[in-house]
Write a protein that binds this ligand. Structure first.
Ligand SMILES: Nc1nc2c(ncn2[C@@H]2O[C@H](COP(=O)(O)OP(=O)(O)O)[C@@H](O)[C@H]2O)c(=O)[nH]1
Ligand SMILES: [Mg+2]
Length: 312
C-alpha cells in the first residue's frame, strides 16, 4: 500500500463524519437551504476543522448559492475540496533537514501519551527503509519502561539504540548517541524524550540542555525538533503546539492517531493556524502506519470517491 492508501485508511472515521450519508446530505438534487447548511456546519465542526473555518466555509456556500454559483447540494462537494485545499502548506520535496557534514539529529518532543516513542520508531523505520543509517537515543529516562519500550522497537525495526540506566541524565544519553553516531557514520540520530517531568519549566530546561549538548557534539544539532501531537485531542493539540513552540524551537509537527478519530479536520486547522510544517502523520500502532504529510494527498484522501475504490 502506498502512502496515499495508508492515509486514506487512516482517515476513514473523519471521512465518515464528514460524508456519511453523503447520499443524504449531498443527495443529488437536494435543495440548498438553511437546514442543509446547518447540517454541513455541524459536520465540519465535528471533524474539528475549527468553528471559525466551519462558519466561514458555510457562509461562502450560502453566498455562492445566492449568486447561483452553487445550485444543488452536489455542487458543494467540489467547492469544499477546493476551498479546504487553499492555504495548506505546499510540499517542498524533502521532508526532513539534512546535515551535509555528518549525522542529522532529530529531537522528538511532546506531552506524554501523544505517541512520541512509537513515532520515533516509525521514523527510524521510514529512514532505514530509504537507505539511511539510523541510531535511536533513549532520552526519556524518567520512566524505566520508556527505555525498554524503545529498545523493543529498535529490535523490531532493526536499528541500533543508545540507552542508559533509568534515572540517567537524558543529555548524557544524547551526548553518547552523538558520539556513537560520529564514530559509526550514522545518517540520522532520532532522540526520544520524556513528555513530563515535575513542571513545564523543568521539561523545557531539560530539552534546552539536550539541545546544547547535541549542538556541542554535532554542529547545528538538533537539525529538526519535531513536536508530536495526538489528533484525537482535537483543538487541545493546538494549544500544546503553542506551548511547545514558545518553549523550544520546534521545526515541524507530527500528527498521530488520525486512525482513531473523526477529528482529522484538526490537520487543516493546525496547518492554517500554526506557522510550522506538518512533516508526518501517524495512522495506527504499527511501524508502517506512518506517512510523510502531503496537503494535496490529505485533501484527496478526505473526500470520498475521488481517488478510486477504498483500500482496506
Ligand atoms: N491508533 C493509534 N495509536 C497510536 C498511534 N501512535 C501511537 N499510538 C499509541 O499511543 C500510545 C502512546 O504511545 P507512546 O509512543 O508510548 O507515547 P509517548 O508517551 O508520547 O511516548 C501507545 O499505545 C501507542 O500504541 C497512532 O498513530 N494511532
Ligand atoms: Mg514515550
Amino acid at each position: 500500500m502506498g502512502f496515499l492508501g495508508i492515509i486514506r485508511r487512516g482517515l476513514r472515521k473523519t471521512r465518515e463524519v464528514l460524508f456519511m450519508d453523503v447520499k443524504d446530505v449531498f443527495r443529488i438534487g437536494r435543495r440548498v437551504d438553511e437546514e442543509l447548511l446547518g447540517e454541513l456546519e455541524e459536520r465540519l465542526i465535528l471533524a474539528d476543522l475549527g468553528p471559525r473555518l466551519a462558519a466561514e466555509v458555510v457562509d461562502e456556500v450560502r453566498a455562492k448559492f445566492k449568486n447561483k454559483e452553487i445550485e444543488k447540494s452536489e455542487d458543494i462537494l467540489g467547492f469544499l475540496k477546493e476551498r479546504l485545499s487553499e492555504g495548506l502548506a505546499p510540499e517542498d520535496g524533502e521532508c526532513l533537514a539534512r546535515n551535509p557534514g555528518g549525522p542529522t539529529v532529530i529531537l522528538m518532543v511532546g506531552v506524554n501519551g501523544t505517541g512520541k516513542t512509537t513515532t520515533t520508531a516509525k521514523l527510524a523505520k521510514f529512514l532505514r527503509d530509504r537507505g539511511d543509517k539510523v541510531l535511536l537515543a533513549a532520552a526519556d529516562t524518567v520512566r524505566a519502561a520508556a527505555g525498554d519500550q524503545l529498545n523493543i522497537w529498535a529490535g523490531r525495526v532493526g536499528v541500533d539504540i543508545v540507552r542508559h540506566d533509568g534515572g540517567a541524565d537524558p543529555a548524557a544519553v544524547v551526548f553518547d548517541a552523538c558520539e556513537a553516531a560520529l564514530a559509526r557514520g550514522i545518517d540520522y540520530v532520532v532522540v526520544d524524550t520524556a513528555g513530563r517531568i515535575h513542571t513545564k519549566a523543568n521539561l523545557m530546561q531539560q530539552l534546552e540542555k539536550i539541545h546544547r549538548v547535541a549542538g556541542k557534539k554535532i554542529p547545528a544539532a538538533p537539525h529538526e525538533t519535531l513536536l508530536v501531537l495526538d489528533a484525537t485531542t482535537g483543538q487541545n493539540a493546538l494549544s500544546q503546539a503553542k506551548l511547545f513552540t514558545e518553549g523550544v524551537g520546534v521545526t515541524g509537527l507530527v500528527l498521530t492517531k488520525l486512525d482513531g478519530t473523526a477529528k482529522g479536520g484538526i490537520v487543516i486547522a493546525i496547518n492554517r493556524q500554526i506557522q510550522l510544517p506538518i512533516k508526518f502523520v501517524g495512522v495506527g500502532e504499527r511501524e508502517n502506519d506512518f506517512a510523510p504529510f502531503d496537503a494535496k494527498e490529505f485533501i484527496g484522501a478526505l473526500f470520498p470517491g475521488m481517488e478510486g475504490p477504498e483500500e482496506e
